[in-house]
Design a protein around this ligand. Structure first.
Ligand code: GLU
Length: 462
């Protein structure tokens, strides 16, 4: 039975990078009919915040990445303590009372001697009596793991064999004290107790893996299979900056990217299916997903691609659904209709753009009457607008795009399109750029269209 986990530290909002790790684990679990675990790694009391945890849970749910089991490390401190004590009792870990000054002096002398700095293991040889005296005196300590100077290797699911010389590492600190385990330790204890079979996480964790393997060995347990996902790179291939990968999912949602589009985009950060298909919802991703196809090379984050994917999803929505989704992004008193929605749909990249695109239907800006002149010349603009108004007046109740287009066009002489359609469009929108006059008419409806044309005629002093 495959068991994987997403193990976020609630020290920031859930961002693109974390969503990619969550998604790949989730897909791997679903694909293999395994179990997907969410484990909140909140042992760092200063940096962990409830607000961030809430955001992680909410974002994962919004993206559709439901978990089968849930744990919170802060509720498991007794367990870590037990394992720390066990390692100490078995002489695999030890109390270290070295002060910061001691360690600095040690590092300096090692550097001066031209050797790579690592902890000397000084406290490893303390007698039981010395330890007891120090503890009773309340001397601050940390707990270190004895790291044997040996080579470890693992076969990374994505990167292939990786070898590491533990001899370079020195005895690592695994806990600040018995009640404050550090990341490498609590993660291994939990991965063991939760029967994690595959650890899939970002490439930035590769340096932790040998240390964690040392811990598995100390605890006498086989290590899981590791897979390290490629870095997410900025478009210039530098390491992802705040502008992109660290942007929270929350922020993308608030700009009006659809959760399906985000998931689809994130899935393609370092992976692509056999057939190079690009638009895939979660179910299709489960069918297509194959961890062997995850690339080693960094995955470039391209916002244009996200925009394109989002457009595909928006375009696929029917009018009713799109209206529903747009609602949260426009003022509550804007009552949209089908014609407006259809008109803006092809131009809509994010739901957040809807307000700007729909604005024209709800507010007529003040404009200069000369803007009504086609190519700056007044060739009976008012007369033309009156003619158009009369035609619109006779339109039936349907007043839809098709009907109104046919009606207006029946009036417009072939060689005078600009003379008619330009002032019509400006009168309806009050600006140089807007949807077509027909889209405006259909969206505004008869009454409002006539009102606006009347204002235009008045501007012309007629
Ligand atoms: N809490 C770690 C993080 O957020 C988890 C790393 C891991 O998956 O082991 O980076």
């Amino acid at each position: 039975m495959i068991r994987v986990r997403m193990a976020p530290s609630p020290t920031g909002y859930f961002h693109i990078g974390s969503s990619r790790t969550a998604l790949f684990n989730w897909l791997f679990a679903r694909k293999n009919k395994g179990v997907f675990i969410l484990r909140i790694e909140d042992t760092d009391k200063e940096r962990s915040k409830k607000e961030y945890e809430d955001d992680i849970l909410k974002s994962m749910k919004t993206l559709g990445l439901e978990w089968d089991e849930f744990y919170r490390q802060s509720e498991r401190s007794g367990i870590y303590r037990e394992y720390l004590e066990k390692l100490i009792a078995e002489d695999k870990a030890y109390y270290c009372f070295c002060t910061r000054e001691d360690l600095e002096a040690e590092r300096e002398s090692q550097t001066a001697a031209g050797v790579a700095p690592k902890y000397s293991g000084k406290c490893c040889v303390l007698t039981e009596k010395e330890i007891k005296t120090n503890l009773e005196a309340g001397k601050p300590y940390v707990i270190r793991l004895k790291i044997p100077a040996e080579k470890v290797s693992f076969d990374d699911m994505i990167r292939g064999p990786i070898e590491f010389d533990l001899g370079l590492v020195g005895d690592i600190v695994i806990a600040k004290n018995l009640d404050e385990p550090l990341y490498n330790f609590s993660v291994v204890v939990d991965d063991i107790l939760m029967d994690i079979t595959h650890v899939i996480r970002g490439e930035d964790h590769i340096p932790n893996t040998p240390k964690q393997i040392a811990l598995y060995r100390a605890l006498g347990r086989p290590e899981p299979t590791f897979g390290h996902l490629p870095l997410i790179l900025s478009p210039d291939r530098s390491k992802m900056s705040k502008r992109y990968g660290d942007v929270s999912i929350k922020e993308y949602l608030s700009k009006g990217y659809l959760p399906e589009a985000i998931v689809n985009f994130v899935a393609l950060l370092g992976w692509h299916p056999k057939n190079d298909k690009e638009i895939m919802v979660l179910d299709e991703l489960v069918d297509e997903f194959d961890i062997d196809r995850v690339q080693k090379a960094g995955a470039v984050f391209d916002i244009e691609k996200l925009n394109w994917i989002n457009r595909q999803y928006l375009n696929a929505l029917d009018e009713e659904n799109l209206t529903e989704k747009i609602r949260g992004f426009i003022p509550a008193d804007w009552k949209t209709n089908a014609a407006m929605i259809e008109a803006i749909k092809p131009r809509l990249e994010r739901l957040g753009d809807a307000a700007e695109l729909l604005h024209v239907y709800f507010e007529l800006p003040d404009y200069d009457g000369t803007l009504l002149f086609w190519k700056g010349e007044d060739r009976d603009t008012a007369g033309i607008l009156k003619k158009l108004a009369n035609e619109i007046e006779t339109a039936g109740d349907r007043f839809d795009l098709e009907e109104i287009t046919a009606k207006i066009m029946s009036l417009v002489p072939q060689d005078k399109k600009g003379d008619y359609l330009w002032p019509l469009r400006v009168s309806l929108s009050g600006s140089k750029t807007s949807p077509t006059p027909f889209e405006l008419l259909a969206g505004l409806g008869k009454e409002e269209s006539l009102r606006r044309i009347k204002i235009a005629i008045e501007k012309l002093g007629k």
